[in-house]
Design a protein around this ligand. Structure first.
Ligand code: ADP
Ligand code: MG
Length: 782
């Protein structure tokens, strides 16, 4: 039986040919209406409707009907049965390209007509094949359908309006400032003021009488609405535009690669690749999933919220399905034998006696689970999950000690050099007095120092090595590696861990991402899970305060008082989407502003464009109290310890996700002093306020993840959160329990009946699975 995608294609081709041939109704044997009466058109009632009475129309009428029908076939066949959108869809469809060359999904992007330098741009984003392009989903969607009226817009909301320019003016309040204002009359007779700051080049588009579509942020003054414009198109351009008048995807990008380019590329890829569905129809039906064509169109160019929802549901399910299939298929050849350690009670007691504190109940329980694994001859593969500061590193240190006591070497791998250094310092603290020789191996060391360390490791003169993963994997030959600890697993991903497991040491993974148990089982495949669900005692909970940016002065006054008491502070600047340069600019600006507001404070800057060595240098100086305030972009997100820092200020907190805020806040409160987190919120909606209130009200990662989940309604157009697991681009481990279970059920069913995916009907599925395993888009590039 043909899939819907195949049927669509078989219907599409003759209709496109008919259009190209001038609508004489001669292309299709028996005429267009005859074709539509065939069972081929059964899944597409809307198309039938559009072409009803085709033979009776004149040429223009036929062409219009054909265009409408082709638009429907291009991914919107389900719109008719979907619930009515809350707002009118602004226009029928994305522009329909002429039927061009069809390319297989694995074709290189060079074969796509993406303009001069286009292929190179795509490759620089890690997109090599059309499949990569199709599955490089927008990380969020913006509703740029023109609002019918503006009576209900909120301050700070981003909206799109359409209207005619009825007045314009230019102002120069300062020598180097130019403000262009226009008044726009909307079709319903409303008025909107719109303005541009220092963008002289837009002026020529702002003639009176010009019809424009504008997207921007709302400022309200009493009942009048003013728009700070971010995107402008004329109504004529907007007709065929991929960037306005619709729900628009926003893609991951970098400097010099525009969103418009990425949208055009995605559009071309959708046109070029036949979207044959790898999931047989009866399974789609059973799991309530839309077909692949509808899903991919819906992800990149959704017709309405309903299609976007369908797209998310389908593509997210697929991610879990392929992840499950991969995990289950690999399960077969996992090496089960690992190291067998003594891990005596005596050694554990020795370790604990050397600690400056007592282990918590949770740490002790997890340690028992670990030592059980270590004593067995099966290879340990265990995930230790615990909130930031719950004491995972101390537990790992004990496991490493036990390995060393048995004459093995241990390794601890961190995702960044800063973290590697920090772990190194901690391990020296825990293990140094127990005569364990700890070494550090990171990229910032001189070649000579590296070589020397590698030699010492190979000769067994170092017991525990701390480093970044790449170094340890590629260049280091261990004398006798018994235990590998991997910190912040989510940076590495399943495939990398597999490589490690193949090398036979016992493996312990530490992660601070709060994931419900059932999900962890899937996400981490065959890892056993231990949870440290208790913080060390005596830790004063961090006090969190949400304030409006109009009160920033007070916030920094407070920071200054802490500094006078000998404390230090982190200040994190807003995330600026898609633009590292702007992010750097904002951070630099903030640091300069703070130097003015707080002349007594010593202030330094840390940002993503620094080299690892530069970052290390700044962090070292901060730890050594060489300055008071570290202004930073989000590069400090993971794991850095500065016990003397007692304040975390987060600017433009409204732009961060809750999980990220929680992680950032975890940077303080590491010592015994009372610590504070100040969230400074710029303009935001009520909903955002509610979200930020969650962070203010709780310091428990699980509670925050759950509350966050409840707040996000299912109908909401939402950004895709980074799960950190490379196979998952849409999947959100904290909220996908049901999807995961259903995907796993299907994966198990498939493999139980056909362990090697040999059935002809599963050939597409099999090749998709293989291609995804090889595709860069589905692997993390370290
Ligand atoms: P994590 O790795 O989970 O973020 P760490 O192991 O780095 O947490 O511990 C955070 C801080 O708490 C460290 O300064 C550590 O010395 C301290 N710590 C760990 N366990 C305990 C404990 N049982 N009692 C008191 N302090 C502890
Ligand atoms: Mg840690």
């Amino acid at each position: 039986m043909a899939t819907v995608a195949e049927m669509r294609e078989r219907l599409r081709r003759p209709l496109a040919a008919e259009l190209a041939a001038g609508c004489a109704d001669r292309v299709v044997a028996g005429g267009v209406e005859r074709l539509l009466a065939s069972p081929l058109a059964n899944p597409f009632p809307g198309v039938r409707e559009a072409l009803r009475g085709y033979a009776g129309h004149d040429e223009a009428g036929r062409a219009e009907a054909l265009r409408a029908a082709l638009a429907l076939l291009d991914g919107q066949d389900q719109a008719a049965s979907a619930p009515r959108p809350a707002r009118p869809a602004a226009k029928p469809a994305v522009p329909t390209a002429a039927p061009g060359e069809r390319l297989p999904p694995d074709a290189e992007v060079t074969r796509l007509d993406s303009g001069p330098g286009g292929a190179r741009k795509l490759q620089s984003l890690g997109l090599r094949t059309l499949r990569d392009v199709l599955h490089a989903y927008p990380h969020r969607h913006e509703d740029r359908r023109a609002l019918p009226d503006l009576s209900e817009v909120e301050e700070g909301q981003k909206v799109t309006v359409e209207g005619t320019v009825i007045a314009k003016s230019r102002r120069k309040p300062k020598p180097n400032m130019l403000i262009l204002d226009v008044t726009l009359e909307t079709p319903s007779g409303g008025r909107v003021k719109a303005s541009w700051f220092n963008q002289p080049w837009v002026e020529r588009q702002l003639k009176e009488g010009a019809r424009l579509v504008l997207t921007g942020r709302v400022k309200t003054f009493g009942r009048s609405v003013q728009l700070g414009v971010e995107h402008l198109e004329t109504v004529e351009d907007a007709q065929g535009s991929l960037s306005t008048g619709r729900i628009v995807g926003v893609y991951d990008s970098k400097d010099g690669i525009s969103q418009e380019f990425l949208r055009r590329t995605a559009f071309r890829a959708l046109q070029a690749v036949p979207l044959d569905d790898y999931l047989p129809a009866h399974w789609r039906q059973k799991y309530g999933l839309t077909d692949l064509g509808d899903a991919l169109h819906g992800m990149h160019f959704p017709h309405d919220e309903a299609q976007l929802e369908r797209a998310f549901a389908r593509l997210r399910f697929d991610e879990y399905l392929f992840l499950e299939l991969r995990v289950l298929l690999q399960g077969e050849d996992v090496v089960l034998l690992g190291k067998r350690f003594q891990a005596t009670g005596h050694d554990i007691a020795t370790f604990e006696a050397a600690l400056p504190f007592q282990l918590t109940g949770a740490q002790r329980r997890v340690l028992l689970e670990i030592t059980d694994d270590m004593r067995s001859e099966r290879q340990m593969a265990r995930l230790v999950q615990g909130d930031v500061g719950s004491g995972k590193t101390a537990v790992a240190a004990c496991a490493l000690y036990l390995a060393v006591r048995d004459g093995y070497q241990g390794a601890l791998m961190a995702p960044t050099e800063i973290l590697a250094r920090q772990h190194y310092a901690n391990l020296v603290g825990y293990l140094g007095k127990l005569d364990v020789r700890v070494g550090l191996l990171i990229g910032a060391m001189t070649p000579r120092a590296k070589l020397e360390m590698q030699t010492r490791i190979a000769e067994g003169e170092v017991d525990v090595v701390v480093g970044t993963q790449a170094l340890i994997q590629e260049n280091v030959r261990f004398d006798n590696l018994g235990l590998a600890v991997v910190d912040e697993e989510h940076r590495f991903g399943v495939m990398q861990r597999r490589k490690l497991l193949a090398g036979r040491p016992d493996v312990l993974v530490m992660s601070a991402t709060p994931i419900p148990r059932s999900l962890a089982l899937t996400a981490y495949g065959d890892l056993e899970l231990s949870v440290i669900d208790e913080l060390p005692p005596g830790r004063t909970p961090i006090e969190t305060k949400l304030i409006q940016d109009t009160h920033r002065q007070q916030a920094y006054g407070f920071v200054m008082r802490q500094i006078r008491e000998g404390r230090q502070a982190f200040v994190v600047t807003a995330l600026i989407e898609e633009n590292e340069n702007l992010e750097l600019l904002a951070a630099t600006q903030l640091a300069d502003d703070l130097k003015v507001i707080l002349p007594e404070a010593r202030i330094e800057l840390l940002h993503g464009k620094m080299t690892a060595a530069e970052k290390d240098h700044v962090m070292d100086r901060f730890r050594a109290r060489a300055f008071d305030i570290l202004v930073s972009t989000t590069v400090i997100e993971v794991g850095v310890d500065v016990p003397n820092a007692s304040v975390m200020v987060i600017e433009n907190a409204e732009r961060f996700g809750l999980a990220q805020l929680h992680q950032l806040r975890g940077r303080v409160g590491r010592g015994s002093a009372q610590s504070y987190c100040v969230l400074i919120a710029g303009e935001h909606s009520k909903k955002t306020r509610q979200r930020l209130k969650i962070i203010e009200g709780s310091t428990d990662g699980f509670v925050i993840a759950e509350a966050d989940l409840k707040l996000r309604g299912p109908g909401e157009i939402r950004g895709t959160r980074q799960s950190g697991i490379p196979d998952l681009r849409l999947g959100d481990l904290a909220s996908d329990v049901e999807v995961i279970e259903r995907a796993r059920e299907l994966a198990k069913y498939i493999l139980a009946h056909d362990p090697r995916l040999e059935h002809p009907r599963l050939q597409y599925l099999k090749s998709e699975l293989q291609s995804r395993s090889q595709s860069v888009a589905f692997r993390e590039v370290i």
